[in-house]
Design a protein around this ligand. Structure first.
Ligand code: GLP
Length: 240
């Protein structure tokens, strides 16, 4: 595991974008696993700028997002599909851009189909991850089986509260989601995790230095051979 501490959140995002761009340009990342949340916004902005400047093309890249709220789709501004359209998909060309379908009539079947689509693409070369304040990755909440696959999950009170600001007044955060499993994420050939801000310090130290346990889903990453962590000083404060 390599831990990179950058001077601030913007520098961390730029370093992640540079890392992803280098892999794509080298022909080492044809299939990207993508994440939502506040942390990746600057990463996508930087990737878009590189494409517009002509130093990067994502035209040959297939992407698979980690997760989606159950019950939300492209027409909902708060869906992860909308987030991805806004920050990346509408701005640059990708060969394929997959997000789990939160409106699927049979979410279990959608989960299986998502796993099959990842496998058909040849597996994920590079998976981008954020980390929840409770140590979640994707929407794999504490208690998730470390071998879990793409499935329907219930969100915890901590995650509902953390994500409430993304929803307007009177709108509630959907209580369930479709997420890649921890086992799915661990099959990516490389993992890049971004963590910024003091609110992530406890989760980051538990993930990287604590016991490997479903209590902290991100701790599973200790068992992966190729993990790069990019953090700002606030998130890295307790790493020692
Ligand atoms: C969300 C997403 C995760 C994300 C995490 C942290 O709930 N499902 O994939 O990594 O929470 O997000 P943020 O970057 O906004 O702190």
């Amino acid at each position: 595991m390599e831990i990179h501490v950058l001077p601030d959140a913007e520098a961390a995002a730029k370093a992640v974008a540079a890392h992803i761009a280098a892999r794509v340009v080298a022909g080492e990342a044809h299939v990207l696993g993508l994440a939502t949340g506040r942390s990746p916004i600057r990463i996508y902005a930087d990737l878009v700028a590189r494409v517009q400047a002509g130093s990067l093309s994502l035209a040959g890249v297939k992407s698979f997002n980690l997760d989606e709220y159950l019950g939300l789709g492209a027409a909902d501004t708060t869906s992860f599909r909308s987030y991805m359209e806004q920050h990346l998909f509408s701005r640059v060309a990708l060969a394929e851009a997959h997000v789990p379908d939160g409106l699927a009539r049979d979410p279990q079947a959608e989960a299986l189909a998502y796993e099959r689509a990842i496998a058909a693409a040849g597996g994920i070369d590079l998976q981008l991850l954020g980390i929840g304040q409770n140590g979640h990755i994707g929407f794999n909440e504490p208690g998730s089986d470390l071998a879990s696959r793409t499935r329907v999950v219930k969100l915890t009170a901590s995650t509902l509260a953390a994500n409430a600001p993304d929803f307007g007044p009177g709108q509630s955060v959907p209580p369930e989601a479709l997420t890649m499993g921890i086992g799915t994420i661990m099959e990516a050939r490389e993992i890049v995790l971004i963590a910024t801000g003091a609110a992530k310090a406890a989760a980051l130290v538990a993930a990287l230095k604590g016991p490997v346990s479903p209590d902290c889903p991100a701790s599973a990453l200790q068992g992966h051979a190729a993990v790069h962590v990019f953090a700002d000083p606030a998130a890295a404060a307790r790493l020692g």
